[in-house]
Design a binder for this molecule. Sequence first.
Ligand code: FAD
Ligand code: NAD
Length: 400
Amino acid sequence: LNKPNILILGGGYGGIMSAVRLQKELGSDEANVTLVNKHNYHYQTTWLHENAAGTLHHDKTRIMIDDIIDMNKINFVQDTVVEIKKDEKRVILENQELTYDYLVIALGADPETFGIQGLKEHAFSIRSINSVRQIREHIDYCFARYNNDGKRDELLTIIVGGAGFTGIEFVGELADRVPELCREYDIPREKVRIVNIEAAPTVLPGFDEELVEYAINNLERRGIEFLVNTPIKECSEEGVLLATGEEIKASTVVWTGGVRGNHLIENAGFETMRGRVKVEKDLRMPGFDYIFVAGDCALIIDEEANRPYPPTAQIAIQQAYTIGRNLKALINGKNELETFKPEIKGTVASLGKGEAIGKVGNKKLFGATASAMKKVIDNRYLYLLGGIPMVVKKGKLKLF
Ligand code: FAD
Ligand code: NAD
């Protein structure tokens, strides 16, 4: 009997957890499972702001794929997806082509630049190990240049565009890192500007007001400047131009102004909203009952609030469990598939070492308690991925 081929694209939260779940759910005689990922490691996108600021080494954030999955059960292909041929059940990679009976698309997000001139060319973004290594090195280099290159203020100005959770978490890390850099490169701290610019009337628009106030006070005290109600209009080699007409000269601009689904989905001709597929309740692609979509590539609606759920790792991980069970059901000839229901446990955002804000259920968390909770959440994910050994190897074990 021919075994069906299941192909998973992307080894982030949605993809690697789908592989882990299929490894558990399926017997080796039930299907061939192949995972394709750009790199031979999985990385925790949720820690990348720490690597970008230089407060955590990127080796802590990445985990070798063969440490997670059993290569005897899952066929791993390290390659880059170039094109999804949806009507031919074929995927073109840089170095080969693969066919499938069932496909899981979990290729993550691309930065959303809203067509703002110069952003793609001149701003950095926090999206992969390689992108954040470059940010860290670039900031270091700017500081190293300062005393040798005319003491130009712009070398010490860091603009962070967008004060959603990514922007806020990143400036929190910068607030910790910059004093270290100043000591390292003989620079007075007051010479450095870190400016977080937000288009909406407040930072973290839509989040709990008391927690937002705590975050602003905490970050301002640690030297972060906020500009709200101030959309960035253009970006250039020199810095940014604001909608107000003001220019800020800066050698470093990091764009954290939002995300959209991976461009490969739009390129394949699937219907999308900001690059994301509005999936069916069972996480299948409308009109393609052999394709599942997970994580930042999938759009699901919060029916109570009547708007899309924000794309999060929390949801991507939960989707992988449903996809694992639904694929097993399909392979076993069942047509009744499970409906995906996200169980939102809360949101916790770090503000740097030992500082965070969060809402878990109806409970608000601040400071050290929130920070410990964030580490518990991160360790729990590692436990789901590879049990206690993975928590010991990669976890954040010092909670306070
Ligand atoms: P990802 O985890 O980004 O994985 C995509 C994978 O696909 C990557 O491994 C990538 O290498 C691979 N890939 C991409 N293109 C190709 C290609 N062409 N070929 C082959 N492979 C490819 N969410 C939370 O719930 N809690 C948090 O605390 C949180 N913090 C965050 C902090 C930061 C700094 C950021 C940026 C995001 C954070 N998020 C958080 C959001 C969360 O990280 C995403 O929602 C989550 O990563 C989505 O999972 P995913 O599997 O869709 O994509
Ligand atoms: P986001 O869309 O949540 O925030 C982007 C921010 O940029 C918004 O506040 C927006 O108003 C602002 N912005 C847009 N255009 C602008 C402009 N021209 N000038 C200035 N500001 C502009 O994006 P994000 O912060 O990257 O988050 C992406 C997803 O990841 C979200 O779903 C978020 O919930 C999730 N995330 C979660 C956590 C956490 O739970 N701790 C951390 C990071 C990210």
